[in-house]
Ligand binder design. Structure first.
Ligand code: SAM
Length: 272
């Protein structure tokens, strides 16, 4: 599994260069697209096509080559193969046949964008491309809204504005959005702003909706606190229903859920 540059040819690793030069076979998502890169690297490898519409046949062909003692390097158009790109089915077939899959570290738009996002929360969830239809996109975003972590999306230029508008609607205007555009290319732009301001930012300059995008919605800072408070309140109400005295119910609910004792006590008084 050989990552290739996202935009800047200098981002090819030494190891990727060596593998692509030494391996007799390269399976590529688009052989015409990758031919210039292979030429630039001095690779004389024979190319075979491995894209989303022929992945099973490609897997069979690759397995036959491996069985004959060959090695095959798998590349996609850009970045790491099998990350929102073809490759996973081929990898699964090779594992199933007892073959060895060797992943090379390298360029990936999601992790590169994350490194420049400045997120304080340690967890993130990679979604990839949102659905193209508005209703399915909004459903997907609503399903993600409760996750207490950052959300990482890939997006195409003709849909970036619509997606950002839906993210604002479904995830909330106060969450931070990081727009990573054209990473490692001439017009690279990394912009960090509240989701509520993102559509206006994109519309302010026609160039801002051009190119390739990673969109990162930072974790909802208040989500964990709110979840703890909600579960504390649920526990408190249950204990009160069971007839426990108020002070004991508050103490237990706080100890069980981590919710703030004073806040729970105020809720218990308000519920009276
Ligand atoms: N396998 C690739 C990887 O490792 O990142 C991703 C392939 S996916 C088909 C292509 C998407 O990745 C683009 O639509 C865009 O969302 C993102 N992407 C690729 N190159 C990028 C770049 N230079 N800047 C920002 N996003 C990029």
């Amino acid at each position: 599994m050989v990552p290739t540059p996202l935009g800047n040819l200098a981002d090819i690793t030494e190891r990727a260069r060596a593998i692509l030069r030494e391996t007799a076979w390269v399976a590529a998502e688009d052989t015409r697209h990758s031919a210039p890169l292979l030429k630039y690297l001095g690779s004389r490898a024979r190319l075979l096509a491995a894209h989303e519409h022929n992945e099973e046949q490609a897997a069979a062909r690759i397995l036959a080559l491996l069985a004959a003692g060959e090695s095959v390097a798998l590349i996609s158009d850009a970045g790491t193969p099998a990350i929102s790109d073809p490759g996973a089915r081929i990898v699964a077939s090779v594992h199933a046949a007892g073959g060895r899959v060797i992943p090379l570290p390298g360029a990936c738009a999601a992790t590169t964008a994350l490194s420049a996002a400045g997120l304080s929360h340690p967890h993130w969830f990679f979604y990839g491309f949102l659905p193209a239809s508005a209703s399915q996109r909004q459903k997907a975003l609503n399903d993600l809204a409760g996750l207490a972590c950052a959300l990482v999306f890939y997006e195409a230029p003709h849909r970036v504005l619509k997606s950002v508008v839906d993210m604002n609607k479904c995830l909330g205007a106060t969450r931070t959005l990081v727009i990573a555009r054209e990473i490692s290319k001439q017009f690279e732009q990394i912009c960090r702003l509240p989701l509520g301001e993102a559509a206006a930012w994109l519309k302010a300059d026609a160039m801002r909706q051009k190119g390739e995008f990673v969109l990162i919605v930072a974790a909802d800072e208040n989500a964990r606190e709110k979840a703890v408070a909600d579960s504390g309140l649920r526990a408190l109400r249950l204990l009160l229903q069971e007839g426990l005295p108020k002070s004991q119910a508050v103490r237990l609910a706080a100890a069980l859920t981590g919710a703030n004792r004073n806040a729970l006590y105020e809720c218990a008084l308000a519920d009276e």
